[in-house]
Design a protein. Structure first.
Lengths: 193, 187
C-alpha cells in the first residue's frame, strides 16, 4: 500500500521523467515524442470527441494537434505548459472546426429525446442524454462544460485556456448547468441536486 | 458535489483513440516537409556552441587578412593596385601617360637591386582628348608594362592574393562545417 508520501514521490518521479521525455523530444527523438503522444492522446482525443461527437473527425483533429505540437516543441517549457498548450490548441481547433463545417447536427434542447428507462438502472443512457443536451449548447459554452468535467478544471483555468474572462466562464457554467438540471428534472425528476 | 456533477464527470471522462493512433501521427510527421528556417533563426543557429567555433575561426581569419592587407598598404604605399594603377602617385588617377612618362616608382632598395627595364619609347600624347579617353581605363598593354616595371609590387599582390585564397578556403571549410554539423577539417 502506497501512502500519500509515496504517491507524491511517484508523481515527482513521473514529472521528472516527462520533463526528460519532453527535452529528448525537442532534440528530435521520435520515440520520446511517441511517448508524449501516448500520454496525452486520451486528453486531446477526449476533448475533440466529446465536442465534435464524431470519432473519425476527432481523430483527424487530434492528429493535427500533435503535428502542430511537433512543430512547436521548442516553445514548450515544461510538462505543465505542454498540457496547457494541448488543451488550448485542441479547444480552439474544435471550436473553429464546429463553426467552419457546422458538422454537428443542430438539435434544439426541446428535441433531445427522453430516456425510456430509469437512470440508475442504465447509466449509459443518462450519460448519452447528458451528452446530447451539452451537444445542443453553443460552441464556447459546450467547451466550457467539457473542460470542466473531463479535465476537472477550475473556472480560472478554463478562462486561460479559452482566452475569456473568468466571469464569462462562470456564467456559461451556471447557464449550462441550469439548462441541464431543467432538462433532466423534467425528464427524470430525481436527478437534480 | 451534486449528483449532476458526478454524472457529468462520468459522461465526459477521457476517451482513447484507436490503437494505431500514435503510429499514424508519427507517419504523418515523417511525411511532413522540413520547415524552412527564417533568416533570424539561421543567424541564431550560427551562435550556438558547436557552430560558433567555426564562425569565430572564419571571422578571425578574415580579420587577420584585412589587417595584413591594410598594414601592407600602409608600409608600401607605392604598391600597384589590382587595376594596374600606381597607388600613392599623385597623378595616378589623372592619366596613364603621366605615370608612363615619369617611369616606375620604386623604393630605394628596388632602385639598387632591380635593373632599369627597357621601355619602348611611346609618343607624347598630352592632348585633352586623349587624357579624357584614358583617364577611366588604362589599355591592357600599359597595365602589363606596369607589372613588369615593379616586380616587388607584383610579388606583394601575389602574396595578398594567396592570403585571400587561404582565407577563402578557410571560410569555405567553416561554411561546410556549419552546414553538416560534426564535420572535422582535414588539417
Amino acid at each position: 500500500m502506497v501512502g500519500w508520501e509515496g504517491t507524491i514521490a511517484l508523481e515527482n518521479r513521473a514529472a521528472v521523467a516527462l520533463e526528460d521525455t519532453l527535452e529528448r523530444s525537442a532534440q528530435g527523438d521520435q520515440l520520446a515524442f511517441a511517448d508524449i503522444v501516448r500520454q496525452h492522446q486520451g486528453m486531446v482525443f477526449g476533448l475533440a470527441c466529446h465536442f465534435l461527437r464524431d470519432r473519425s473527425l476527432a481523430e483527424e483533429l487530434s492528429q493535427e494537434v500533435f503535428l502542430n505540437l511537433h512543430q512547436n516543441l521548442r516553445s514548450i517549457k515544461s510538462p505543465a505548459h505542454l498540457t496547457f498548450w494541448l488543451r488550448k490548441v485542441t479547444s480552439h481547433r474544435c471550436i473553429d472546426q464546429a463553426r467552419r463545417q457546422k458538422v454537428r447536427p443542430q438539435i434544439s434542447l426541446e428535441d433531445v429525446p427522453e430516456p425510456f428507462t430509469h437512470p440508475t438502472e442504465n447509466d449509459l443512457l443518462l450519460s448519452e442524454l447528458l451528452k446530447r443536451v451539452v451537444d445542443a449548447l453553443p460552441e464556447k459554452a459546450r467547451m466550457v462544460v467539457i473542460l470542466r468535467y473531463q479535465e476537472d478544471l477550475e473556472p480560472a483555468e478554463i478562462a486561460k485556456v479559452l482566452d475569456m474572462p473568468v466571469n464569462t466562464v462562470k456564467s456559461h457554467l451556471r447557464r449550462s448547468l441550469s439548462i441541464l438540471r431543467d432538462k433532466l428534472s423534467r425528464t427524470l425528476g430525481e436527478v437534480t441536486q | 458535489m451534486s449528483r449532476l456533477d458526478d454524472e457529468l464527470r462520468m459522461a465526459f471522462r477521457r476517451e482513447q483513440p484507436s490503437g494505431d493512433f500514435t503510429d499514424r501521427v508519427l507517419v504523418r510527421i515523417a511525411r511532413q516537409p522540413v520547415p524552412k528556417l527564417k533568416w533570424w533563426q539561421t543567424l541564431a543557429a550560427l551562435f550556438q556552441p558547436p557552430k560558433l567555433r567555426w564562425v569565430a575561426i572564419g571571422a578571425t581569419a578574415a580579420l587577420l587578412v584585412a589587417i595584413g592587407a591594410a598594414q601592407y598598404a600602409r608600409l608600401h604605399p607605392e604598391a600597384i593596385d589590382d587595376g594596374g594603377k600606381l597607388a600613392g602617385t599623385p597623378k595616378a588617377e589623372g592619366g596613364s601617360n603621366t605615370a608612363r612618362d615619369a617611369g616606375p616608382v620604386k623604393t630605394p632598395d628596388v632602385i639598387h637591386q632591380a635593373p632599369e627595364p627597357k621601355l619602348e619609347p611611346t609618343p607624347q600624347r598630352n592632348t585633352d582628348r586623349h587624357l579624357a579617353a584614358v583617364s577611366n581605363r588604362k589599355p591592357n598593354h600599359t597595365r602589363a608594362k606596369d607589372r613588369v616595371v615593379n616586380p616587388e609590387a607584383e610579388a606583394a599582390r601575389e602574396k595578398v592574393m594567396l592570403a585571400l585564397h587561404i582565407t577563402s578556403e578557410t571560410l569555405n571549410e567553416a561554411q561546410r562545417a556549419i552546414r553538416d554539423d560534426g564535420y572535422k577539417p582535414q588539417r
